[in-house]
Write a protein that binds this ligand. Structure first.
Ligand code: ASP
Length: 437
């Protein structure tokens, strides 16, 4: 049994968090491959190490002394080292980095040092080997990850060992360091899990998994216990912030379960993400999660006889394509079709779009409705529960929410409603209260 465990910035923030991480790892001997982020915030107006490293580079670049920023960085790691009584010669490491900064370090190399120090210290603390990501995570020249080579190298270097691996960076074909996009340690962990065919990829953070609704809207929402990759994709697309977007692909491809856990509440099982669950229970909630986005526009095009006219939908959609506007949904009636687009992206071009649609299909009318929010109730069990959509619409109606648009994908994984922006929060709350509470 092999578990790859990735610990995020908040789990690496100080010596106390290091102690929690160690206790978690020691509680399960199969946690043999550990991936770490740079130290994150210890309190709300603290700084993330990675941000300080970017700032340090900016100071250097514009010829401003970086002494004080470098001092803040060095003190964070000195503190952890001293409090945990580690044997690592942190002063020598910091001194070498300072010299490299003065002689012209690259930005990517400098900002990657947050993860590098975290991993060095954690390896020392756990008694695991440090395995540098520059030795295995390989980028192609175009910046994409060379997965075949990276997997092969990691298997060779980490196979059967207990290692701590720094997240967020790897090496270009010429050996220079390159970082992933922000939050990229999630991706490093997923690559490790895939390369080593782990039984599970644990992503340890400071929340007990994915919440069923946005906590800024719903007070203390429940955690999602189990969610499929498809449902997760729906929720993330609708604005739920969960993991770095590159995380899912490597583990999903190998059918490795992904478990989001809380370092501060290790007894909580967190959220388990899998391709499917074979042991579904009846009588469970039919909604897995609720998420939504504001500020959409609906372009409603009506024309008598439209449904029997060949090519009218194509002509309408071509106009949006020409203006590079992504079409989100197209609910339709017999003589009308609505095209739902994100207002931010369409704002500039919407009047031209209307003019061109008029030219293309000579409709009876074209109307634009602005200020629409789109909310999705996502749930794999909906497909098996007759009446799910009816119950959702009834609950919204009973609470005086006017539904402006309805859409459901053929796989019945979600029900999407469009409401006025002013009803956005109330809609999320009503859905939660009616179907989750
Ligand atoms: N330290 C990096 C960041 O702050 C990467 C990570 O934590 O995942 O973006």
């Amino acid at each position: 049994m092999l578990k790859v465990a990735k610990f995020g910035g908040s789990s690496m923030a100080d010596a106390r968090q290091f102690q929690k991480v160690k206790a978690i790892i020691e509680a399960d001997k199969s946690r043999r491959v550990i991936v770490v982020s740079a130290a994150g915030k210890r309190f709300s107006d603290d700084h993330k190490l990675t941000d300080l490293l970017y700032l340090c580079y900016a100071h250097k670049k514009y010829g401003v002394s970086c002494d004080s920023v470098f001092g803040m960085i060095a003190d964070r790691y000195r503190g952890i080292c001293a409090e945990l009584g580690l044997g690592l010669d942190i002063e020598a490491e910091l001194c070498a980095l300072r010299e490299e900064i003065d002689s012209g370090i690259s930005q990517d190399k400098l900002v990657s040092r947050g993860e590098y120090f975290s991993a060095r210290l954690m390896a020392d603390y756990l008694g695991y080997d440090f395995l540098d990501s520059e030795l295995w995570l390989r980028f192609n020249f175009d910046g994409s990850i060379d997965r075949a080579q990276s997997y092969e190298l990691l298997e060779r270097l980490a196979g059967g060992r207990r290692v701590v691996i720094p997240g967020f960076y790897g090496a270009m074909p010429d050996g220079s360091i390159r970082v992933l996009t922000r939050g990229g340690s999630d991706v490093t962990g997923a690559l490790c899990a895939a390369a080593l065919d782990a039984d599970v990829y644990e992503n340890w953070t400071d929340v007990s998994g994915i919440l069923m609704a946005d906590p800024r809207i719903v007070d203390n929402p429940d955690t999602i216990e189990r969610i499929t990759y498809n449902e997760l994709r729906e929720l993330s697309y609708m604005g739920a912030q969960v993991l770095h977007e590159g995380t899912v692909f490597p583990v999903r491809e190998k059918n490795i379960p992904l478990n989001i856990r809380n370092t501060n509440k290790p007894e909580h099982p967190g959220t388990l993400i899998m391709e499917s669950f074979s042991d579904e229970l009846f009588g469970e909630r039919f909604i897995t999660g609720i998420a939504g986005r504001r500020n959409f526009s609906i372009v409603n095009i009506a024309k008598t006889g439209m449904s029997s006219e060949v090519g009218s939908l194509r002509k309408i959609l071509e106009v949006f394509e020409k203006h590079n506007i992504c079409v989100e949904y197209t609910p339709s009636g017999i003589d009308s079709v609505s095209v739902v687009v994100s207002a931010d992206k369409a704002k500039q071009a919407l009047f031209s779009v209307v003019g061109e649609i008029q030219k293309a299909i000579s409709p009876d009318s074209v109307q634009i409705t602005e200020g629409i929010s789109v909310i999705a109730a996502v749930g794999r069990r909906m497909a098996f529960k007759p009446g799910s959509s009816g119950r959702i619409f009834a609950a919204l109606g009973a609470n005086g929410i006017n539904i402006r648009m309805i859409s459901q994908g053929p796989e019945e994984l979600n029900i999407i409603v469009g409401v006025n922006d002013a009803d956005f929060e109330k809609t999320v709350q009503v859905l939660y209260d009616s179907f989750v509470k």
